[in-house]
Structure formats: structure tokens, C-alpha cells
Write a protein that binds this ligand. Structure first.
Ligand code: ATP
Length: 297
């Protein structure tokens, strides 16, 4: 079953009516490693300006899905296009935000140099004039609220500060698709919210599609249009209201899974033991919020 009731928000025009207008298009896509099929028969159009989450337990294929879009993994069958280009040939149409990782504390690269890696000489083919590149870096730093630490060595920055820089690097040049690989992992609640809001702002202001791989739907629940939920070699696609239900997840996992809402957050209970899945943490998160305790990342 494929539930497909998503809506594109915050951009002009109806969007999504012509296949050629898709930011990401998959047709009959299958991915298997040896006898193990991660998904098959996946037909999907992600519209410009859509916030699209990819969810699922460990090993369900979320990272592999991104790798397919990045052109780093070849589909077993079917096709994938990004902004009308075959996956792997989309170049600067793609911005990529990786998982939060720190730098060695003695790393001397400054914050603005890190952002500059996303600016210099890619989009225009030639290295930009120094002043033009500097202006671009300044405006990116301002956009992500990182101007105050522009000259600080990256080894001295917190995870949340670094992640703002990675957003700046990824949005340099105005990509039409932002691929985000668990960008909130290991961030505290405040930074999770700040980084999610930055990504969503880029989506709404530029019409970029966001493909956001995550274990945890709650930090981005307010932004998400549709979810691709991968589990047990199967998938479901639809809005959070359509996919995150007791019925749909029980069907997907083939066992009794219970989904409820606590304080506007989604709580999933009863996932099979074999699926290490941060949904278990929802209970603690929801309870912590109830008690006014700040959530651990
Ligand atoms: N190149 C490869 N060759 C063989 N198996 C692979 C390859 N890449 C991934 N796999 C397997 O495919 C499955 C899906 O991996 P993937 O990293 O996409 O999962 P994931 O959903 O991102 O997991 P996690 O949440 O743990 O990061 C895993 O079982 C993994 O071992």
C-alpha cells in the first residue's frame, strides 16, 4: 500500500502536477544487497518546496536512499532523477547536510573557511573574485546566525554551532534539493529546533525540496509534509497523520505496534525487539517535556 496524500506548503503555485517539475523522481526503484531487498517498486515524486522525511529503524535503508540520490549507490532496478538530472549528475542542484560530527579541538580551520568550502568556484566554474566570495560567505553566516563566531577555529565550536555552518555550506549556491542525513543527531533540543528551523526556512524561501533522513520524527513534525517510512523491506508514503498510525505501522512491521500522541508528540510503542529504533525514546521525551525537563539528544 502506498498512501500518498502529501501537500507542498509555503511556495507559490500548485506544484507537482508535471513529472518534469519534480525535485526528486523515482520510478520503479528497487535496491537490494544480495538476497536482501531494502525496497522495491518505489514510485515517488518529491515536489519543489516539499519537506520530505525518510524514517525507519536501523538498517532499513535510509542512508542507502540518500546514497542513491547522491549517485553513490546504483539502484538494482528503476530510475532516480534529481531536478531532472540522473542521480549522480545533479551537481550543484544538491546541497548535502551530513550528521553532526566534531573536529579535533586543535583544528585551525575557521568557521568562515568551512562555509567557504561550499562557495568557492563551484557554481560559476571559475574561482570567484575574493571579495565576491567573502560577501557570499558573510551573507551565508548571517543567514544561519553564525556571524558572531565567523573567525573562531572550528575545533572550538559546539555541535550546534558547527551544524549551523554545515547548513550554510549546503545552501551556498541555492541548491534545488537539500539532502539531510540525520543532521540533528547528537544535538540538544534547542539546537535541534534551531537547525530544523533553518532548514525549513531555506525550503520556504527558495522552494528547495528537503529530504530529511531521521530516526526521530518529533523534532521536525511541524515542518514535515510527507514521510517515506522504510521497514522490513517495505515502505509507506504519506503525511505524518496518514503514516504514523497504529494501523499502518502494525501492518508495516507485521506485529502489534501502538502509536499515540502525547503533548503533540508522536509516541511509538511495541516495535519488534530486533529494530533498534529511537522511537522508544519518545516516551521519555514526552514524559520529560511533561515534567519540564530538557530532553537529552
Ligand atoms: N554497500 C553495501 N553492501 C552490502 N550491504 C549494504 C551496503 N550498504 C548498506 N548495506 C546494508 O543495507 C542495510 C541498510 O543500510 P543503511 O545504512 O541504508 O540503513 P539505515 O536505515 O541508514 O540504518 P541506520 O539507521 O543504522 O543508519 C544494512 O543492513 C546495511 O548493512
Amino acid at each position: 500500500m502506498t498512501v500518498d496524500g502529501g501537500r507542498a506548503r509555503g511556495i507559490a503555485g500548485p506544484g507537482g502536477t508535471r513529472p518534469s517539475a519534480s525535485a526528486v523522481a523515482l520510478r520503479g526503484a528497487s535496491l537490494a544487497f544480495g538476497p536482501r531487498t531494502l525496497w522495491s517498486g518505489l514510485d515517488l515524486d518529491i515536489r519543489p518546496g516539499e519537506f520530505f522525511a525518510v524514517l525507519g529503524p536501523n538498517g532499513s535503508g535510509k542512508t542507502s536512499f540518500l546514497k542513491v540520490l547522491l549517485g553513490l549507490l546504483k539502484l538494482t532496478s528503476g530510475s532516480a532523477t534529481i531536478a531532472g538530472h540522473p542521480a549522480g549528475a545533479a551537481g550543484r542542484d544538491i546541497g548535502y547536510i551530513p550528521q553532526q560530527k566534531g573536529f579535533a579541538s586543535d583544528a585551525s580551520l575557521r568557521a568562515r573557511d568551512l562555509v567557504g568550502l561550499g562557495v568557492d568556484g563551484h557554481r560559476w566554474g571559475l574561482r570567484l573574485a575574493r571579495r565576491r566570495a567573502d560577501n557570499e560567505i558573510d551573507s551565508l553566516l548571517e543567514r544561519v546566525g553564525a556571524s558572531a563566531y565567523a573567525k573562531v577555529p572550528v575545533g572550538q565550536l559546539s555541535g550546534g554551532e558547527l551544524q549551523r555552518l554545515r547548513v550554510a555550506q549546503a545552501i551556498a549556491g541555492g541548491p534545488s534539493v537539500l539532502l539531510c542525513d540525520e543532521p540533528l543527531l547528537a544535538l540538544d533540543l534547542n539546537h535541534q529546533q534551531a537547525v530544523s528551523a533553518l532548514i525549513d526556512r531555506q525550503r520556504s524561501e527558495t522552494g528547495a525540496a528537503v529530504v530529511f533522513v531521521t530516526h526521530e520524527i518529533n523534532p521536525i513534525l511541524d515542518y514535515v509534509d510527507r514521510i517515506l517510512y522504510l521497514a522490513q523491506g517495505q515502505f509507506r508514503i504519506g503525511s505524518p497523520e496518514e503514516v504514523m498510525t497504529t494501523e499502518v505501522l502494525s501492518d508495516l512491521y507485521g506485529s502489534n505496534v501502538e502509536v499515540s500522541r502525547v503533548n503533540g508528540r508522536i509516541v511509538v510503542l511495541g516495535l519488534p525487539d530486533a529494530t533498534t529504533h529511537l522511537h522508544h525514546d519518545h516516551v521519555h521525551s514526552a514524559l520529560a517535556l511533561d515534567q519540564g525537563v530538557e530532553e537529552e539528544a
